[in-house]
Design a protein around this ligand. Sequence first.
Ligand SMILES: [Zn+2]
Length: 383
Amino acid sequence: MNELEILARLVSFDTTSRNSNLPLIDFIRDYLLGLGIASVIIPDATGTKANLFATIGPADQPGILLSGHTDVVPVDGQSWRSDPFELTRDGDRVFGRGVADMKGFLACALAMVPQFQTVGLRRPIHLAFSYDEEVGCYGVPGILAHMQAQGLQPQIAFVGEPSLMKIVTGHKGSCGLRTSVQGLAYHSSRTDLGVNAIFHAAELLAWLQRRATMLAGDAAEQAPFDPPYSTIGVGVIRGGIARNTVADLCSFDWDIRATRPRLVGEIVGALERFAQETVLPVMRRGHAGSAIVTEIAYDVPPLLPQSDSPAEQLGKLLAQRNDTATVAYGSEAGFFQGVGISTTICGPGSIDQAHAADEWISVDQLRSCMGFLGRLDAYARGG
Ligand SMILES: [Zn+2]
C-alpha cells in the first residue's frame, strides 16, 4: 500500500480522543505483522486504548524514533463538505479528519516500512504511536516506560506534528490546573458567620496575575517563542449559588505555558505557600474545614531549542533545508527530550489546517515526507 492508500484506511477509523483507538491499532499491528514486524501493544488502564511500539532493524543499537499520535480532535459542531472519516481528494489536496494532525505522517512512516526493512539497517528505526495526545499527552508516558524497561535509548526522535516539513526545535510547555477553594455557606445577611470562597479565590487569582506580570517582565526568562516569556492564564471560574448566599465553593481552571522545565513546580509551590501562609489562616478562623487544593490535569513539558543538536543536524540533512522554527502548539516532543533523546518536530501538512473543518493536506507534502523518510532510510543504512 502506498501512503495515500494507508492514509485512507487510517482516516476511516474515528479515533476522536473520547473513542477507543483499538481498531486502528489492530490495523497497524496487522499491517506490520504482514511485513514480518512484531508490535508491542501498550494498553491504557481501561483496556480501551493503546500505544503501539515497533522496532525495525537491530534493537541493540541506538537508533531513530518516529513519533506520532493516533487520536484526533472532534468534528462536533464543524460543518464539513465531505464525510470527515472518509478520505476524499480534490486536485492536490486530500481531506479528512487527522490528515494533517497527524495521520498523514503515520501513513508515510508505515508506507516506508517495506523499504526500511529491506536488509542492512545499521541503526534501528522505532515507531512510537500513542493515544490521547490531543487531550493531554496521556499515552506517551507508557511508551517511555516500555523503552526504559527494554533498555531502548534512541539517539534521535522525530515527532511528525504538522510543520510543513520544517525543522521545529522548540515549543512552550502546557500545564492545565484546577484550584478549588472550600469555605462556608451562610445567609448573606450574616457574612460574619460564613467564609466566602469567591473572595478568597480572588486573592489567589490576584496572586497569579501578579506572578504573570513578573514573568512577562523578567529578562532572564526570555526564550525564542511568541510571546517570549512564560504565561499564566485563567480560563474558567465557577462559584456560588445565589446573590444572597455566602459562597462555600469556588474553583478556577488555569494554565501555565512555560518556556523552561521546573517553572510549573515553582509556581504551584509558591501558590501553595501563599495559600497556606496568607489565605488559609484567615479562612480557618471563620471555618476550620476551609481548604484550598490545586490539581494538575495535564502537564506537557516544553521542547527546548538546543542549537546544533543531533536531531536538528540530521533533520536539516533529511529535510534538505537549513532553517529552523519554533511553534505555539504543544506536542509529545518534550517527553522524549526529557529522557535524553535529541528531539525535533518535522511532519507534513500545516497546523493551520489541523483541528479545523475540511482538514486537508497536500499530496505534495506527503511526497516531501516520503522523501525525508527515504533519506532517513539511507542514513540508517550508514550510507
Ligand atoms: Zn497533533
